[in-house]
Design a protein around this ligand. Sequence first.
Ligand code: GLN
Length: 537
Amino acid sequence: MPDSKTKYIFVTGGVTSSLGKGIISASLAKLLQSRGYSVTIQKLDPYINVDPGTLNPYEHGECYVTEDGAETDLDLGHYERFLDTKTSQANNVTTGKIYQHVINKEREGAYLGKTVQVIPHITDEIKRRIRLLGKTGNYDMVITEIGGTVGDIESLPYIEAVRQLKWDPEIDCIVIHLTLVPYLSTSGELKTKPTQHSVKQLSESGVQADILVLRTEYPIPEEVKHKVALFCNISKDAVIESTNVDTIYEVPLMMQKEQLDQVVLKKFDLPIEKEPDIDEWKGFLTRLNNPKQTIHVGLIGKYIELKDSYISIHESLIHAGTVNETEVIIRWIHSETITASNIEEELKDLDGILVAPGFGERGIEGKILAVKHARENRIPFLGICLGMQCAVIEFARNVLDIQDAHTTEIRRNTINPVIFLMEEQKAITNKGGTMRLGAYECKLADGSMVMNSYKKKLITERHRHRFEFNNKYLERYEEAGMIATGINPEGGMVEIVELIDHPWFVGVQFHPEYSSTVLNPHPLFIDFIAATTEGNK
Ligand code: GLN
């Protein structure tokens, strides 16, 4: 199928990392989508890991999981939250994935005696992955964000692939380059030299930027924009400024004001008469900026030094807060620091407690203590994945009086493995990509708290874990008041537990945070926040 109707937009970055390419890409996509175009966004990551699943959250932030079970970069979470459309395996490609594919082909003899090289074999594979979305997804526009910074050794094959695509007569594409315009307080000036160098570096690789987005802490005067346009071979209207805003959700409106979408359409010779229809988005922002009350949620995790580790949970709480017209203030609490003697102090005055997902032993006892605190003090509680498993362990130890109850993730030979590895999974030893990953169905129990939230019987949620609730113990749990209200219809796994005698206590084996979007906040987060608010206490 030809992809000639699909327009390709490449987003590159220069000067420094962390300029917010993901948010700019998502914001542009939102504006184009609001004009009626079907748009998707893809992230190319220049590292050698095949996927970010094995990366430490401290280094790389959260690992985001798509419905089809890909462990991906957290930027895909932004894409889904902004666009309210699903991404897939094809939306995140790493250097590791590219090389793995090419090397496998080489072993199969696909290159027939040829020397396999970065150009053309690796660049061809990069180009194939870029065009795949245009071909299979039938999108009007594909935005491809290239990770890293121009000039990095790792990025070179990607920039080369972009250069080749720019010269391909079949492909209609443009390049948006993001740079930083720093402010020097000693001279009181905004400096454009780093931008000039970065654009030059890009053009040395044969790629001329079509649009520049300048990240800046202060508004950029018109004459400075003129200067940038002149030195960088860019038309003046294509020099866009992007100042700091209070929330990432303001960025689409800022980009609309800066006419980024119009400049893009002009470059593609597409009509621009209509304005994008983003009233719903503006409604969300109005609610976000005008809360009627404030509540405090404790987020108990062990990667809290880097907030990006829990970015989807953070955003889901914000989405749910707007539905409840409530400002949600998160208190980040390190599970390793929680002890029986300081818990009252650490968790003081919280309206809700959320125990986060995680792996390994570090900090788990602190999480279990936090669950106990929420259960005994009747504080609304949401436990996600490891958080749900901690709720199960806590209930066994303190209510069922099974003192040594544990998960076999941590005590391999525990006598009471209330969370364990199912038989089918025991054979798997390789850690990369061996979990229950992606979307699974879950059947909800009538009359349950969760049924009340979802308002339907069969739901689909995304998973990322190895261990499961051990059904051998289910009867004892249910008799004592912790009931399984969500079951996987195929394998019988317990996906949700809740407490009968508690205002709002829900543990989920899946990750609801991956599917909360601005226009469709997640029902569990909405009801968790609702339970924390004054009227519902
Ligand atoms: N470590 C747990 C498991 O593998 C939970 C994983 C998670 O919280 N995502 O089952």
